[in-house]
Ligand binder design. Structure first.
Ligand SMILES: Cc1cc2nc3c(=O)[nH]c(=O)nc-3n(C[C@H](O)[C@H](O)[C@H](O)COP(=O)(O)O)c2cc1C
Length: 328
C-alpha cells in the first residue's frame, strides 16, 4: 500500500500551525501534514482547543507531542483523541535548550528505554499509529551503533514507523538553527536502517528540497520523505504536483490556491482573527516565479496594518498577474 507518508510536511514550531496546514492542503490532497510540537504538559494544562483544534479539511494530520513522562504522554494522547488526529508522533529530535531542560527532544536519543516506556504508554491510549521522529544520534554517540539499537528498543515497544532526521544534534554549543545545518547529513545510514528493519516504515528527513529528490529517495527503497524548510519557503514547488507520488494528477496553480484561501481567510477575519496570521505562511507561494517579490512585499508590509483585509490579497494578486503578463 502507498500510504500518506510517501511525502510529509515536517513539524515546525511557529510555522506549521493550522492556517499553514490548511494552505498546504490546498496544494496536496495526499501528503501527511504534521502539527507544531505541543508538549504533553501543555495539552494537559493549557488551552486545549487552541493547541489541538484544526479544520477537517486538513486531514491527514499528525499531532507531534513532546515529553518524556510516560503517564503525562498517555494522558495527552487520551485528551487528543477527541480531535481525531490520524497519527501521534513523539519528538525525539528537537535540540532546543528549552526542550532539553524538560528532558525531551533529541536528548532522548540517549534514553531508548525511556522512549520505549513513553511510546508503550502512548500506544495503550491511542486509536491511531504512534510514530517517532528522531535524529541519527547526539553529541559523541556513534550513529552506526546507537541508531539501530534505538530503533530496535523502541520498535519492541510497538512503534512501526520512524522518521529519521539524517543528522546528529549537538546538545551543547549549537543553536537549534545551527543544529539543522551544521551536522552533516548521512542518508546512507538511513537507507541502511530500512535494509536492517525491512518490516518497519522508515521515512527520511533533512535537506530535501525538491520533488525530484523525494522521488529518487523513494525509488531507493525508503517508505517516505519528510520535507521541512523547503515546503515552507517554496510550497508551490514542493507541494503542487506532489500527488503524482501517489499516481494522482491533482495540481492546482498557485493562483487557484490563493482563490481557495479567500473564503477561509474571510471566515478568520469575521471571527476576529488578523490577516497576517494566515498570510505570513503564504509569502513564499510565488518563489521562483514572476511577481514573487511584489507578492511577498505586499503581504509582509500590508497584512499587519490595522483593518487589513481581503482587498490586500486581491491587489497583491493583481500585481503578480501583471508581472507575469509583462514577463510573458
Ligand atoms: C522553524 C522550525 C521549527 C521546527 N520545529 C520542530 C518541531 O516542533 N518538532 C520537530 O520534530 N522538528 C522541528 N523542526 C525540525 C524539522 O521538523 C526538520 O526536522 C528539519 O527542519 C530538517 O528538515 P528540512 O531540512 O527539510 O527542513 C523545526 C524546524 C524549523 C526550521
Amino acid at each position: 500500500m502507498q500510504h500518506a507518508h510517501r511525502l510529509s510536511v515536517a513539524p515546525m514550531m511557529d510555522w506549521t500551525d493550522r492556517h499553514c496546514r490548511y494552505f498546504h492542503r490546498l496544494m496536496t490532497r495526499r501528503a501527511m501534514l504534521y502539527t507544531e510540537m505541543v508538549t504533553a504538559p501543555a495539552v494537559i494544562h493549557g488551552p486545549r482547543d487552541r493547541l489541538l483544534g484544526f479544520s477537517p479539511e486538513e486531514h491527514p494530520v499528525a499531532l507531534q507531542l513532546g515529553g518524556s513522562d510516560p503517564a503525562e504522554l498517555a494522558q495527552a494522547v487520551r485528551i487528543a483523541r477527541d480531535w481525531n488526529y490520524d497519527e501521534i508522533n513523539l519528538n525525539v529530535g528537537c535540540p532546543s535548550d528549552r526542550v532539553q531542560s524538560g528532558c525531551f527532544g533529541a536528548v532522548l536519543m540517549e534514553r531508548p528505554g525511556l522512549v520505549a516506556d513513553c511510546v508503550a504508554a502512548m500506544i495503550a491510549e491511542s486509536p491511531v499509529p504512534v510514530t517517532v521522529k528522531c535524529r541519527i544520534g547526539v553529541d559523541e554517540q556513534v550513529p552506526e551503533q546507537v541508531l539501530p539499537a534505538f530503533i530496535e528498543t523502541v520498535a519492541s515497544a510497538g512503534v512501526r514507523h520512524f522518521v529519521i532526521h539524517a543528522r546528529k544534534a549537538w546538545l551543547q554549543g549549537l543553536s537549534p538553527k545551527e543544529n539543522r545545518e551544521i551536522p552533516p547529513l548521512d542518508y546512507p545510514l538511513v537507507m541502511a536502517m530500512k535494509r536492517a528493519f525491512p518490516h518497519l516504515t522508515i521515512c527520511i528527513n533533512g535537506g530535501i528540497t525538491s520533488l525530484g529528490q523525494a522521488r529518487a529517495l523513494l525509488d531507493q527503497g525508503l517508505d517516505g520523505v519528510m520535507v521541512g524548510r523547503a515546503a515552507y519557503h517554496d510550497p508551490a514547488s514542493v507541494l503542487i504536483g506532489a500527488d503524482a507520488l501517489w499516481g494522482e494528477a491533482f495540481a492546482p496553480s498557485p493562483f487557484e490556491v490563493v482563490h481557495q484561501m479567500v473564503p477561509y481567510i474571510a471566515r478568520h477575519l469575521e471571527s476576529g482573527g488578523r490577516l497576517h496570521q494566515i498570510t505570513r505562511h503564504m509569502l513564499g507561494l510565488f518563489t521562483g516565479r514572476p511577481g514573487a517579490r511584489s507578492w511577498r512585499r505586499a503581504l509582509s508590509e500590508g497584512a499587519s496594518r490595522p483593518g487589513a483585509g481581503l482587498a490586500l490579497i486581491e491587489s497583491a494578486l493583481a500585481e503578480v498577474q501583471a508581472t507575469g503578463t509583462a514577463a510573458a
